[in-house]
Design a protein around this ligand. Sequence first.
Ligand code: GCU
Length: 586
Amino acid sequence: MKKPANFQDGIHTSDFWDFYKEKAIQNSVIADFSRGKESLSGIWQYGIDQYDTCLRNKWWLEHEFMHDGRALPLDYSFDNWADVHIPSCWNMQCEKLFLYEGGMVYTRKFLYSRGENERVFIKFGGVSGRAAVFVNKTYMGLHEGGSTPFYIEVTDVLQAENRIVVAVNNTRRPDSVPADNTDWFNYGGIYRDVELIRVPKAFIKTFQAGLDFIRIEVDGADTGTAVLRIPELNYTAGINVQNSRGEAEFSADPELWSPENPQLYEVEVEFITACGGTRDKISDRIGFREIGVQGREILLNGKPIFLRGISAHEESVINGKAVTEDEIRENYALAKEMNCNFMRLAHYPHSEHASRIADEIGILLWEEIPVYWAIEFDNPAAYANAENQLSELISRDINRASVIIWSVGNENPDTDSRLEFMSRLTEKARELDKTRLITAACLVDHGTLVIADRLTEKLDIIGVNQYYGWYDPDFSKLPTVFENSNPAKPVIISEFGADCRAGFHGGSDEMFTEEFQLAVYEKQIETLSNIEYIKGVSPWILYDFRCPRRLHYMQDYYNIKGLLSADKTHKKLAFYAMQKFYANLN
Ligand code: GCU
C-alpha cells in the first residue's frame, strides 16, 4: 500500500527492526590470534535509548541540516553524551542502570590511516542481545547472539576520521536464544573488546589443525596454496586451496596435550594466491590431543578419563558479564584447588580468553550455546539464531585443545519440535567439527524415574541435570533413576546441588545452611560414585551468581548454589567434600 504523504517512518512504523534484520551479520569469525589489532576499546559515549529511537529515526544518518542548510532539531548529541569505558556492562556503571534492559546507543570517533592493499574489519568480542552497527552514517549489519564474536568489514567506508555507532538492545524476547526466561542475570553492553584488524586482500579466514588433518578456509581468493609449519617439530605440510577451501593429511607426531601436560605448539599457516600476488601468514598456539568415546568410556588420547568438574557462569560481582582475564584465572585456580580437571562453561559461550587460558593451564572444557529451557523450537528464525551462535562458537574455538565438548542446550523438554531443532544442531556441530564430542544437559524423566530423552540418540555423551535432595527432597529416587537407566554411552551429571547461604550454619536438615548443602553433596557423591556409566560430574555451581528469579530473603537476588560466595572469598563446606571426592578419584 502506498504510504500517505503524512506517513513518518520513525513514528508510524512498528516493524522498524525488519529493515535492520535484512542485513544479518553471521558466521563472520576470522582467525586472528597473531594478527595485529588496534584497540577500539576505551572511552565511548553512550545514551539510554528506551524506545530504540536511534533505529526508528535513523540518528545514525546524522541528518542535521535541511537540504537548504537550515539546522534541524536533534534528539541526540553523540559527543555530549556521558563517557563509558568499553568493555563493560552498563548495569555496573551506576545504580540507575543496574536493572535496565532495553536499547543503549554507544558511539565513538577514531582515526584511520589506510595501508597498502589491505582490507579492514572491526571485531566485537561480545555484545549483549542484538547489535546494529553503523560506520560513517552507513548501516553495516545486525548481530544476534549475545556471547559470540562478530567481525564487520569496513574497508570501503573508512575515512581518516570515523564515527562508529552501535545500537545495542538486550531486551529478553520469547523468540530469541535464549528466550525471555533464564536463571541468570541479563547484563547489557559492549562487554568484550572491540578491535580494528587489517588483513590482506586475500586472507586466511579460519583453519583447523587437528591431530591428523588440517583444514583451511580463505576469503578473497578461490585458489592458491597454503603451507602449515610447526617449527618445534620441524614439520611442514602443503595444502592445495580450491574454491577457497583446502584440507590435507597431517602427521607431525606432537607431544599430546592433556590437563597434566598442556603442551602447546606454535603453528604457522601461510597462504599464497595462485597468481602469487597476495600472501597471508598467521599463527596460533595449539595443543594436539584426541577426545573420543568408546562404549561408556570417555577417552582422552586413547585413555579412559573421569571428568572431575564444576559448572560456572560468566560473571563477577564487580564486572557483571565483562569478566577480566584475572577473574577467569581465579576461577580456574579455584577449580584446580578443588582437584578439578574439567569445567562446564554454562549456559552460553564464555570469553575467548576462557578457552585460551584453559589451553595454557590444562583444564578441559564443556562449551555451550544458550538453547535454554523454553525456546521457540518451531520458529525458523530461532533455529537460524541458535545455529549461527553454534557456528560462531565453533569457528572461534576450533583450535582450543581444552574444549572437548560442544553442548547444544540445557534442560529442554523432550517434545517433537525440540527433538528436530536440537538434532539439527548436533548435525551442524558434527559438520563443522569432527573432532569433539557433542552433548546437551538433559532432564531425567521424573515420571518413570529413568534417564530417557530421545535426543540422547544424537549425542556422544549424555548430560543429566538432577536435583534430588533439593528441588525433589526425596533423595531415594536418585539410585532408582540410575538402576532404571541403562545408557549405551557415557553420562555426565552436568548439574546437581542445593542452595546455601555462605557462612550460615545450622543442622543438616535446615535449608540454606552450609551443613544442609554438604549433606546433599555427600549423598550425591555417595550415589554417583557407584554408577559405572557416570564418567563425569560438574555440580551446580562454582560460586553464587546474580539471578532475578531468586527473591527468598536468604537468596537476596542471587542463586546461592555456589560452592563459594559470589565474591569468591568464602568457601562453603561442600567445596571441601568435592575436593576430597576428586582427590580420591586420582
Ligand atoms: C537448572 C538450570 C540452571 C539453574 C539451576 C538452578 O538446572 O540449568 O541454569 O541455575 O538449575 O535451579 O539453580
